[in-house]
Design a protein around this ligand. Structure first.
Ligand code: CA
Length: 370
């Protein structure tokens, strides 16, 4: 499907290999590869997608009511971490603003309390025991990933006439293929500010992939989020027909916490709060780009987290609020996570809901509003 997907994770190998990624067209991929082969290093942020031809425009006209989909996934963000849900020292104004205009799901559960299985289920709609992505997460030495016979959201969407194809359904990918703790912790804040957590010092440094090419290694965490956000904005701003699918899994707020200079040291919650505020900024930037491009009303923005907070890291982990336990457990705090859907054309704003999110979306796609 056409779109950027910023895959993340701790996992999910090619999908899941591609944790934290953004997807682009085949032509762009070739340009990127040529650039890397020519020693030019990073991909230019100025990449543009093809202008649609007449046939594509016709398809667009005939399906103009199909919504865009933007899936924003936080990493290890707990039920009680957002200021919207009542945390006393979190500061997430951009997410809160979006949530207030959304339908907030108070009983949203993921399928697993850890990264890769949860993300595999999110992308395939199947329990992780069926795809085999369980019980652990994908690591740097994994040679396999999500089975190629699995059908992802992107694969399904690209069969719609307007969504462009590619493997696993995404056209463009930018990201680190696993979690940032699965490599040596070099610097998590500006001026070589140290990382305040345990990392895999024995493993290779974390790579930044642009599609199939490594464009930076070790990846600079202090600028990573800003670059992923800019890549997403470039995608949203580039000329192309709707609908599109953008999958943006942030590395925040998985440990080790990191942030750019703009967010370093500004939070009452310490390094966790710095990371959370950079996540909040990124969500605001994506929503702003959608608004500027006139996409907001016909775009489903779904914000959620892959699992609950890492309680073992105490103040450097998140909060499950009043729920019991967190990541790695199947108590409420491990699998019940923040979730809201912003879709002005179809979903009423400012309401909470304890019903099944997917059922509501299916109903809305058939028409109507609730
Ligand atoms: Ca996670």
């Amino acid at each position: 499907m056409r779109g950027i997907g910023i895959f993340h994770l701790v996992l999910v190998a090619v999908i899941i290999w591609k944790c934290h990624s953004v997807e682009i067209s085949e032509e762009e991929r070739q340009k990127t590869n040529d650039s890397v082969n020519n020693g030019e290093g990073r991909e230019s942020p100025e990449h543009k997608r093809e202008v649609p031809n007449n046939e594509q425009q016709h398809q667009h006209d005939s399906q103009e009511t199909l919504p865009n989909i933007v899936l924003i996934l936080a990493d290890d963000l707990g039920y009680g971490d957002l200021s919207y849900s009542g945390h006393p020292t979190s500061r997430t104004p951009h997410i809160d603003r979006l949530a207030r205009k959304s339908r907030y799901f108070t009983h949203f559960y993921v399928s697993s309390p850890i990264c890769s299985p949860s993300r595999a289920s999110l992308l395939t709609g199947r329990l992780q025991v069926r795809s085999g992505v369980y019980p652990g997460v994908f690591t740097p030495d994994n040679t396999q990933g999500l089975p190629h016979n699995e059908t992802t959201i992107a694969t399904l969407l690209k069969h719609k006439r307007q969504y462009l194809p590619t493997h696993y359904g995404f056209d463009d990918y930018l990201g680190v293929p696993y979690s940032q703790d699965m490599c040596p912790c070099l610097a998590c804040f500006p001026d070589r500010g140290p990382c305040h957590d345990t990392c895999w010092s024995w493993d290779v440094s974390c790579p930044l992939f642009s599609n199939l090419s490594i464009v930076e290694q070790p990846v600079d965490l202090t600028s990573l989020t800003q670059r992923l956000v800019q890549h997403a904005i470039n995608f949203i701003d580039s000329p192309s027909p709707d609908p599109f699918f953008l999958y943006f899994p942030f590395h925040h707020v998985h440990h080790p916490q990191f942030a750019s200079s703009k967010f370093h040291g500004g939070s009452e919650r310490g390094v966790f709060g710095d990371s959370l505020e950079e996540l909040d900024w990124g969500v605001g930037q994506v929503a702003g780009a959608l608004a500027r491009g006139g996409h907001l009303h016909n775009t489903i923005i779904w914000f959620t987290s892959d699992n609950g907070p890492s309680m073992a890291r105490h103040e450097r982990g998140g909060s499950a609020g009043l729920l019991r336990c967190g990541k790695g457990t199947t108590w409420e705090g491990g699998v019940r996570v923040p979730s809201f859907v912003h879709w002005p054309d179809k979903v009423k704003r400012g309401q909470s809901h304890n019903h099944n999110f997917f059922i509501i979306c299916q109903e809305r796609l058939r028409g109507g509003r609730r």
